[in-house]
Write a protein that binds this ligand. Structure first.
Ligand code: SF4
Ligand code: SF4
Ligand code: FES
Ligand code: FES
Length: 694
């Protein structure tokens, strides 16, 4: 079994073993797990084979969106990533098309309950929770629906501390804890009903919303107001080998590792240097997984510099101006080939490098899950939208937009509130803003006393370091949250270490010249182990770009308020004390390129619609033949007609149109499906779904 037994941040709960059979072989998973996680736990990554070309199928989104993870459980096809594992479950790969059940018994048709509520909130992530909090605190009847077993949405995956401000978005607190805090608050609000494990499947023209409650019972909700906070889905990317098992979204990886505590990989490679890719890399290292490298097509990573620095200082090679050429392997991923991009975005001949890895994380952005919103608008329903469904941004921005949209609903209902909407919208926009280029900061000349050093040189919306200092000695320029922090130095720093421990970017060190000016003591934050370091042990001290050498630990401590961040103090020669930014624990391995012959690929080898196995070549051929209508493309190739309903391939096909010089206004969009997820027909007649999907 490949479960995580030690983690620097996450608690490892005792969970009951659940026995199941995979093709007749007895295996174990843990209580509360979904099937896909139980299979990964047992190193099974191939969940089936496609009917069209027998290609191996596996996990991609782990979020119910892509429909790639079908298996047969107790004789019924189900999405492995959304279906809870149960005792004695019989699981098989879904090879080809699943057989239809031989239903020759008369089914019992039931009435469907209609439930009235003031507000229906779809999505229990940061935006949905913040909105529900505001509405519930005003005593408004709310039903909050979420398709997972636990509230929190993407917060449940985020073991890192948050940026933003402490006052508004719990900055300095970890995402997992924020999810719990908000979840507890809304669970205690009298006017709020929480339906987890419940999926919104359709919005109807009469204003009713169809929900499968508890994964089992179909009900209709008649809300006066609807708030969509359904989050986002991960974008796919087209390259040869993109559908091999082992190639999946960074969010799926975080689900396996941080939610379900599975050591899902040995060696991962990451595509995309935005915050999602950078953070996934750091989460991998925290789980003891080697990060072989990260490619970013642009000349610099788009994520926060402090996240990038965390990876660089742990020795992860970041290949900017590079892209993935292919994912290689027979039945599963075995290696990845990358190449350097020229100014005209071609691969520079001879720059190809191949690295062995078992997992490739795609972190090239997210698409909003906004179908519900558009459908509701089409039917003139009173609808609002918040969080990633409204605009892709950090979870802290989603908390703001959830609150803002809830306040707008309150206004519409006629409930007074004293919040300044304009101010909140300005703050939300600050949180959504793309990070600017880092700036050059001056190294402080002072070499006496004790003070914090800020290795934080990008103007991102963040300021928890200014809130924790008991001496009130840390400020940002002009007190603006987007400006850089500095030490005021008109009162003594008492060396409490709170600023070091609170910083989500791990970008503050404390430097103490009081005992020895030649060898000051430098204190670093460490989040790579929960074991307290012994005084006298040696550790590798690093700057942002190199190892500085091994030094002895002089002190190690955890502060009560920040129990997962160890403060490790080391005596360093003064010439390196100010460039030292952290401590490295594990050696990265397998970063050497392999000697592998790179076979040439054509567009016909690259899959764009993974549900129907349609290649880029096929789509391009029809576009070049003058087809600009998605519905026609569907009829000709079946693209977009697969189980995911085009959620995964539509944006990729739009990109092929653009590559072929067809502008957006000249593309006729496809007809959207009335249902958002696949459901058995009997659901609408009130036939019980028999947990697990029938
Ligand atoms: S170590 Fe404590 S007293 Fe010193 S600057 Fe940081 S928070 Fe303030
Ligand atoms: S130094 Fe301050 S402003 Fe910069 S990342 Fe850390 S907490 Fe945020
Ligand atoms: S992996 Fe299960 S639906 Fe995407
Ligand atoms: S990828 Fe699902 S329909 Fe195209």
């Amino acid at each position: 079994m490949e479960n995580i037994t030690k983690h620097p941040i996450l608690e490892i709960p005792d969970k009951k073993n659940i026995e199941f059979k995979f093709h007749g072989k007895p295996l174990y998973g843990f209580e509360g797990m979904v099937i896909s996680s139980a299979l990964f736990l047992n190193k099974i990554k191939i969940f089936g084979h496609h009917v069209k070309d027998d290609s191996p199928q596996g996990l991609f989104c782990a979020n119910g969106q892509c429909s790639q993870c079908n298996v047969i459980a107790n004789g019924v096809p189900v999405k492995a990533c959304m279906t809870p594992l149960t005792e004695g479950m019989m699981i098989e790969r879904c090879n080809g098309l699943p057989e239809l059940p031989s239903e020759d018994v008369r089914v019992e048709v039931r009435d469907i309950n209609i439930i009235n509520t003031d507000v229906l909130v779809i999505g229990g992530g940061p935006a949905g929770l913040s909105a529900t909090k505001v509405l519930g605190e005003s005593n408004i009847d709310v039903i909050l629906v979420d398709d997972k077993s636990k509230l929190g949405g993407k917060l449940v995956l985020q073991t890192h501390k948050f940026f933003g401000s402490q006052k508004d978005v719990y900055a300095g607190t970890r995402g997992i804890e924020i999810g719990k805090i908000l979840g507890d608050v809304v669970s205690n609000l009298k006017s709020v009903k929480i339906w987890v494990n419940s999926i919104a499947i359709a919005i109807f023209s009469d204003g009713l919303v169809g929900i499968i409650k508890d994964m089992d019972k179909y009900v209709l909700i008649n809300p006066k107001y609807l708030l969509i906070a359904a989050g986002a889905r991960e974008k796919m990317l087209v390259f040869p080998g993109n559908t091999l098992p082992g190639v999946y979204g960074a969010g799926a990886f975080q689900t396996l590792v941080n939610r379900d505590l599975i050591k899902a990989a040995e060696n991962v490679f990451i595509i995309g240097g935005g915050n999602v890719g950078l953070i996934a890399g750091y989460h991998a290292i925290q789980a003891g997984i080697n990060v072989v490298g990260l490619v970013e097509a642009l000349s610099q990573c788009g994520g926060y510099k402090v996240h990038e620095d965390k990876l660089r200082r742990l020795g992860v090679p970041i290949y900017t101006n590079h892209t993935v050429i292919s994912a290689n392997g027979q039945d599963k991923l075995e290696s990845i080939t990358i190449g350097k991009l020229t100014d005209s975005w071609d691969i520079e001949p001879g720059s190809e490098k191949t690295f062995a890895c078992d997992t490739l994380l795609i972190a090239v952005g997210l698409d909003p899950v906004d179908e519900f919103y558009h459908k509701a608008q089409q039917f003139n329903i009173n609808v609002w939208i918040a969080g990633d469904a409204q605009e892709i941004a950090e979870a802290s921005a989603a908390m703001f937009t959830g609150k803002i949209e809830a306040l707008k609903i309150l206004k519409e209902i006629g409930v007074p509130n004293s919040e300044n909407l304009e101010e909140l919208e300005d703050l939300a926009n600050l949180m959504k803003a793309k990070p600017p280029d880092p700036v050059q900061t001056e190294v402080i000349g002072k070499e006496e006393g004790i003070f914090p050093l800020f290795h934080c040189n990008q103007e991102i919306p963040c300021n928890p370091c200014t809130s924790v200092c008991p001496q009130e000695q840390i400020k940002t320029v002009d007190d603006l949250i987007t400006q850089l922090p500095y030490f005021i130095d008109d009162q003594d720093c008492i060396g409490c270490g709170k600023c070091v421990a609170v910083c989500p970017g791990l970008a503050i060190t404390l430097i103490d010249y009081r005992k020895d000016k030649e060898s000051p003591v430098v204190t670093f934050p460490l989040e790579l182990t929960s074991e307290k370091f012994e005084v006298g042990r040696t550790v590798m001290v690093v700057s942002n770009d190199r190892n500085l050498g091994e030094f002895e630990v002089t002190r190690a401590r955890f502060l009560k308020e920040f129990p997962k961040t160890q403060l490790v103090s080391v005596k360093l020669p003064s010439e390196i004390a100010k460039t030292a930014v952290g401590i490295k624990l594990m050696q990265s391995g397998y970063t050497e390129a392999m000697n592998l012959y790179q076979q040439p690929y054509t567009d016909d080898d690259i899959i764009v619609c993974r549900c129907e196995r349609v290649s880029v070549g096929e789509i391009r051929k029809w576009i070049r033949n003058g087809v600009h209508d998605f519905n026609e493309l569907k009829a000709l190739t079946k693209t977009g007609m697969g189980a995911c309903g085009g959620k995964t391939c539509t944006s990729l096909i739009n990109r092929i149109f653009r590559e072929e010089g067809i502008t957006q206004e000249n593309i006729i969009p496809g007809t959207k499906r009335p249902l958002f997820v696949e459901v058995p027909m009997g659901v609408f007649a009130g036939i019980k779904t028999k947990k697990g999907g029938k």
